[in-house]
Design a protein around this ligand. Structure first.
Ligand SMILES: [Zn+2]
Length: 396
C-alpha cells in the first residue's frame, strides 16, 4: 500500500440514543461556554495536559525509543502553542484566524497507583496488528489494544490522563480517536501507528512523518470534527464559526487558493487530511471548542484539574541527545535547554566541511536532519548559542 493512500484517521459518529444524548449534552455545554467566554483570550492561561504513552509492540521495531516519544510531545507542544516553524506558510487570508490553543503536553510523573513513572509504559503483545482497533477485536467485541488481559494494555483513568497508544495498525489508519461522549471511558484514548508517531524522517512514514497525526487525533479527543464536516457537500459544518465551509477532504499538498462552497478552503487546518508538511493551524474557534471541553462541566475537565506532571521541567544543564548513533537516514536531535535563544546547528563531515547548517533555529523546534545522502564516516554535530557550544560525535 502506498503511503498516500493511507487514511489519516477514522472518527466514528455513534448514533445510538445514549451516545447521541450525551453528545447533545456536550454540544450544549460547548455552545454555552463559547457564548460566555468568547474573545476573552487575553486572560487565558496555558493549560498543562497530563499524558501517558502506552507502547504496545509485537516486535522491537514497534517498541519506539523514549526519544521518539519526547519528539512527539514536542511536536504537540509546538502545534498547540502555535510555535510550529511552518506557521509562516499559512496564507494571509487565514493568518488572523490562526490560534495559540494554549495547551502544553507533558509526560506524567505519577501513575494511577501514586507511584513514580516516566509517563511511558511498554507492553509486548502476541497480536501483530493490535493497533488496528477496528478489526483486532477480542471475542467479546472489544479492541484488544485497551485491555491487558486481551493482548493490550489497560488504559489509565481517562478522566485524569490523556492516553496515547502507540501500536502497529497494519495500515488500517494512521491514527484514531473518538469524540468526547462517544466511547466507554475504558477505551477513551488516542491511537497512533508506531511508524507515524513523532517527527520521523524514515521513508516509510512519508508524507505523514512530522508527527501531525497526533496533533489531528488529539484535536478529535478535544471535540474537534474534520474541517470538511465529514460529508460531501456544503450543508455539513464542523460546528466551528471561523472555519469556512468546505465541500470535501483535500489530500496531498494543495496550493492556496482552493475554492468550494463560495469561499476559500482552509485545507491547511490540522483537522484536514493533507500531508503533514502542508498543515499548519488551528483556528480561534477550534481553540474555543477545545477549551470548552476542559472547563467546569466539560467532558475533559479532569485533565485541566490535574497536577500529575506539575513539576518544573526546566533542566539544570543543557543536554543534547542524538539518535540513532550510528545513524542511517535520519538523525534525531533532542535538546533540553532553559535558554530560549536561537541556536545555530552545523554538521561537519570527516574533512571538517559543513554538510548541514541551520543558523537561526528555535531550540524547541530542533528535531531531525536528513542524513540519507551522507557517506560513511565520523561526523561532528555542533550547536552554538550565545557563548555556549555543545558538540556530539555522530557515526554514519
Ligand atoms: Zn480525523
Amino acid at each position: 500500500m502506498q503511503a498516500q493512500q493511507k487514511a489519516r484517521c477514522e472518527v466514528q459518529y455513534l448514533d445510538d440514543p445514549i451516545h447521541l444524548a450525551r453528545q447533545a449534552e456536550i454540544e450544549t455545554h460547548t455552545q454555552n461556554w463559547i457564548r460566555n467566554n468568547e474573545r476573552q483570550t487575553s486572560v487565558r492561561e496555558v493549560i498543562t495536559i497530563p499524558v501517558v504513552v502506552h507502547v504496545v509492540y509485537f516486535d522491537e521495531t514497534e517498541n519506539i525509543s523514549d526519544q521518539q516519544i519526547y519528539n512527539q510531545i514536542q511536536v504537540l507542544n509546538e502545534d498547540f502553542r502555535f510555535l510550529n516553524e511552518d506557521r509562516d506558510r499559512i496564507p494571509s487570508a487565514f493568518q488572523g484566524d490562526a490560534a495559540d490553543v494554549g495547551f502544553e503536553f507533558c509526560l506524567v510523573n505519577i501513575d494511577p497507583e501514586g507511584n513514580p513513572t516516566n509517563g511511558i509504559t511498554r507492553t509486548q503483545t502476541m497480536y501483530e496488528c493490535v493497533g488496528n482497533t477496528v478489526d483486532e477485536l477480542a471475542p467479546d467485541g472489544t479492541p484488544r489494544l485497551f485491555y491487558s488481559n486481551k493482548g493490550g494494555r489497560d488504559i489509565w483513568d481517562s478522566e485524569q490522563y490523556l492516553n496515547l497508544y502507540v501500536a502497529n495498525t497494519c495500515g488500517r489508519f494512521l491514527g484514531r480517536a473518538k469524540l468526547p461522549g462517544t466511547v466507554s471511558p475504558n477505551e477513551d484514548a488516542v491511537t497512533i501507528d508506531y511508524d507515524h508517531f513523532g517527527d520521523n524522517c524514515s521513508p516509510s512514514s512519508f508524507p505523514f512523518d512530522l508527527g501531525r497525526t497526533a496533533t489531528h487525533e488529539v484535536g478529535h479527543f478535544f471535540n474537534l470534527r474534520h474541517i470538511f464536516g465529514d460529508a460531501t457537500g456544503c450543508s455539513m459544518d464542523d460546528l466551528v464559526e471561523d472555519t469556512p465551509l468546505q465541500d470535501t477532504a483535500y489530500f496531498g499538498c494543495p496550493t492556496h487558493p482552493q475554492l468550494s462552497c463560495s469561499s476559500f478552503d482552509q485545507f491547511m487546518n490540522f483537522m484536514g487530511f493533507v500531508d503533514d508538511r502542508c498543515m499548519q493551524m488551528f483556528t480561534n474557534g477550534q481553540r474555543d471548542r477545545m477549551m470548552a471541553t476542559l472547563a467546569s462541566g466539560g467532558p475533559r475537565n479532569g485533565l485541566a484539574m490535574s497536577s500529575l506532571c506539575n513539576t518544573p521541567s526546566v533542566p539544570t544543564e543543557d543536554v543534547l541527545t542524538v539518535f540513532p548513533n550510528p545513524v542511517n537516514d535520519c538523525l534525531h536531535l533532542n535538546f533540553e535547554t532553559s535558554s530560549s535563544e536561537k541556536v545555530a546547528i552545523r554538521l561537519f563531515n570527516p574533512l571538517g566541511q559543513i554538510v548541514y547548517e541551520n543558523k537561526n533555529q528555535n531550540p524547541l523546534a530542533l528535531k531531525s536532519i536528513n542524513t540519507t545522502n551522507l557517506a560513511g564516516g565520523v561526523y561532528w554535530l555542533v550547536i552554538e548559542y550565545g557563548d555556549e557550544r555543545i558538540s556530539k560525535k555522530v557515526m554514519k
